[in-house]
Design a protein around this ligand. Structure first.
Ligand code: ADP
Ligand code: MG
Length: 411
């Protein structure tokens, strides 16, 4: 990355690490996204940790004393060992080839002592920032108090947790107002790819949406209908679309209060000559369980007592053909409960189709990235695997991301 301006979306100019000057001996606080999926304390996909390595190594090589802030899961402002960053610190130590000292606390004596003892090029990590109630507080003053304590640990701040830049949180937003700040290489690289998706994408441009954060993702559709040529819908949100067409959805995920909005989307798409592709068949089961017996039913004939857990095989074929003939594809959210073999078929078909795209294919989202790796695909099979689902979607929606905008307004 050249010195000076990193990039300029919507008038925002962000500094890169090289703009922070000589970092030798400086205490550099870096927000990373190390929110990895865990099975007990085993990391099942370390993609986000790997993606954090280049900037961390850049800082170490510059002689900085590095202090990592990160979150894991949703401990909701309480200390809870289940959400300890210990597994992430261990994995980061292995990948960096040097010990990462994990504090017992977020901003207390333990991290202060570790920081005081840090040598140039060494790396320390505070515990899960979401142990602190101030981290996600809606009250700016409460967040500010915590951000003051983060800022007291360091001389400069680097924002490299792309997956959280859409969050107005103390370790993402408020701390950047208190220290000289810059975007890390991961954030800059992610934004480069998103720029290619928003500035004159090669057409046809297909956006594929799935996953479980239904209400969040429904909100982005209004904008995507305008920019993309085709929207392909699977995963949990599909049932709100099927309900909007008057179909039974059994016990599937459903946002009843969004049905009217979704009907509006379907009308808008039809009026604007855009295509919304929905599944014609669904894999259902009696229970939300890995070994619940699966059957395939037509999308307009779901039994009342069954839950939809994947798109069906006929839908997979149609989705794959729409995707593989596109020139630009952005995909966020598994097509079904891909963690379970019996309900991974749709996600596998979509992932396979993305690898066949002759153009730019982007996978975004923690669970989506984990799913494609788990299903045996390699990172290089895709144009780009983004570490942030929500952040990517909000960027594509045209929203200002607080964690990026603040880097311009910062000290
Ligand atoms: P990402 O992290 O890629 O942005 P989300 O977090 O929104 O994706 O969603 C991922 C989760 O969605 C997965 O754990 C998957 O099991 C779940 N999911 C997908 N389809 C369904 C469905 N039909 N019913 C319930 N959960 C689903
Ligand atoms: Mg997720």
């Amino acid at each position: 990355m050249a010195t000076g301006t990193g990039w300029t979306p919507k008038g925002v100019i962000v500094k890169s690490v090289s703009d922070l000057g000589d970092l030798r001996g400086k205490r550099v606080l870096i927000r990373c996204d190390l929110n990895v999926p865990l099975d007990g304390d085993t990391i099942t996909d370390d993609g986000r940790i790997r993606a954090s390595l280049p900037t961390l190594n850049q800082l170490r090589e510059a002689g900085a004393r590095v202090i990592v802030l990160a979150h894991l899961g949703r401990p909701k402002g309480e200390v809870n060992p289940k959400y300890s960053l210990a597994p992430a610190a261990r994995r980061l130590s292995e990948l960096l080839g040097t010990e990462v000292k994990l504090a017992d606390d977020v901003v207390g004596e333990s991290i202060q002592q570790i920081v005081a003892d840090l040598a140039d090029g060494e790396v320390a990590m505070a515990e899960n920032v979401r142990y602190e109630p101030g981290e996600e507080s809606k009250d700016e003053a409460v967040r500010g108090e915590l951000a003051d304590r983060y800022a007291a640990l360091a001389d400069v701040f680097v924002s490299d947790g792309f997956g959280v830049v859409h969050r107005k949180q103390a370790s993402v937003y408020d701390v950047a107002q208190r220290l000289p700040s810059a975007a890390g290489g991961l954030v800059l690289a992610e934004v480069e790819v998103l720029k290619r998706l928003t500035q004159d994408p090669e057409r046809p441009y297909v956006v594929v949406l799935g996953g479980a954060k239904v209400s969040d993702k429904l909100a982005v559709i209004a904008n995507l209908i305008e920019t993309a040529d085709t929207l392909v819908i699977g995963g949990g949100m599909v049932f709100t679309f099927l309900a909007a067409q008057g179909y039974e959805v059994g016990t599937s995920l459903l946002e009843s209060d969004q049905i009217k909005t979704v009907q509006g989307y379907l009308n808008d798409a039809a009026a604007g000559g855009k295509q919304i592709v929905l599944p014609s068949d669904i894999v259902v089961a009696p229970e939300f369980k890995a070994d619940s017996p699966a059957t395939v039913v037509a999308a307009d004939a779901m039994p009342t007592d069954q839950i939809g857990l994947d798109i069906g095989p006929a839908s997979s074929r149609v989705f794959a053909s729409v995707i593989s003939s596109a020139k630009t594809v952005f995909w966020n959210g598994p097509m079904g409960v891909a963690e379970w073999e019996a309900f991974a078929g749709g996600t596998k078909a979509v992932a396979q189709a993305l690898t066949e795209v002759d153009g730019l294919s982007v996978v975004g989202g923690g669970d989506s990235a984990a799913a494609v790796r788990d299903l045996g695909f390699a990172d290089h099979d895709f144009g780009h695997i983004s570490t942030g689902g929500g952040a990517s979607l909000e960027y594509l929606e045209g929203k200002t991301l607080p964690g990026l905008a603040v880097l311009d307004e910062g000290v």
